[in-house]
Design a protein around this ligand. Sequence first.
Ligand SMILES: [Ca+2]
Ligand SMILES: [Ca+2]
Ligand SMILES: [Ca+2]
Ligand SMILES: [Zn+2]
Length: 484
Amino acid sequence: MKKVLLLVGILSIGLYANYQVEAKEENEQVTVLKDIEENDGEASGEIKQEDSVSKQRGLARAAATRTIDIKRFYIEVTDGAANSDSVPITNSKFTVSYVHNNRSNVLYEGMTNEKGEILNLPTKEIPFEVKSLNIRFTLGNDERGYVQRFNKNPYRFTFTIGFNMDATANTINFGNRNVKFGNTADPESPFYNFQAIRMNHYFDQAVQEYSNAVKMANDLLPETVPFTLEPINFFFEKGQYLEGKNRFYSKGHDSSGTSTIVLGDKSNKKFTTNYLKRNVMHEWTHWNMGRTIGLTKGGYNGHYGYNSNPQTSFKEGWALFVDEVFGKNYNLDRYDLLVQNDNSNGVNRLYGKSTNLTVQHVLYDLLDTGSKDEEFNVSERYQDEELSDLEIRRLNLGIMHTLMVESKATTLQEYLNYVESKYVLTKADKAKFAKVLEANGLSREGAFTLDNEGNALSTPLQANEKTSLDVNVIDEVADYYFED
Ligand SMILES: [Ca+2]
Ligand SMILES: [Ca+2]
Ligand SMILES: [Ca+2]
Ligand SMILES: [Zn+2]
């Protein structure tokens, strides 16, 4: 097994006492080299005497064991840059272990909660001579998948927590929002480890947000399909797939046959929160769409580009819709007239045309409420209780997912026809629904009406994989219209 020399740096430690009084300590400790197997980074902290409810060992008699009581352990990770927002390690596997007589002993295995906390573990006894515990995190879990290196090892980090040497009873109530995981092999490791931890966090948030939206739909409409979670791994590493070559690979980036997602490195090192949230959700949405309805193929030439295969527009428009709703917290209102108002040298590239953005914004019109260009939203008729505007939009996303899966639609037109047959039944609702189609230049049947040159389509576009662009595009998400 490959061994890596890792740097154990003790960072500024913020300790939370039992009564939540924060005792801070700026600690500039000597760094020591430790020999650690298969680890991407290390950090450590100490339990202070005044922090733990410790019983002092009587000088006269030596104790054989030390009692460990983990009430709460919580860290947030940063790369140390002044403008970096630290993130917790959420819904991720951990082990707590100690080394005794050169053997590692695992005390606990579990998963951090959605806030990234480890809470209330059962009391355990360990040999008194043991001076520290190793809390090891793995980025991800078996249900949703992992954030990995290209050698297929998930990122792993160890936080070492030291005890008050004399205490026989050690209550751990530890919090630190400024942890850096690095190693001596690469001075950039804190930066890249931090990005991997952020990806893990937004991956977890994407799963939670999306599955909760579908749960809302299932609670209101018990006959709708529930969300099923299946695992997929994200691959990300320094220097790999440079310039944001993010992509979902249905057969694996390594052609292994197992689906994977790659998030590429960027030489400008700009990974904004909006960029990461959207790209994580976007590629994960391709995975969900691929495994539920089998729609994965179809290159495209930008989101304004004309797709002669309407399946490409639907596949990509759906992923854009979900990712941007997630990234912008369900509010794309400032882009609500994008399709109607597009103007590139006098040409509207979107209205009535088979493009990714056209689909995205038709879908958004089914979700949004109180907008100017139409008055429809998919759950309006079916709400049993008062909901806030945000809750309605969340419910609508959930319903729209169930419709996508139930209909197995592979084009926008098939999808719209299914939506109408299921939820648009009264005369008044049909009028509102027709307005959505009209506002975006679609026919009353939900079909695209114009070709790339803006001429009326003589025959409706046919779903046909052979007409997809055979280009290996970057699945670019951000920056397709003016950025915030
Ligand atoms: Ca609109
Ligand atoms: Ca609407
Ligand atoms: Ca609208
Ligand atoms: Zn895409």
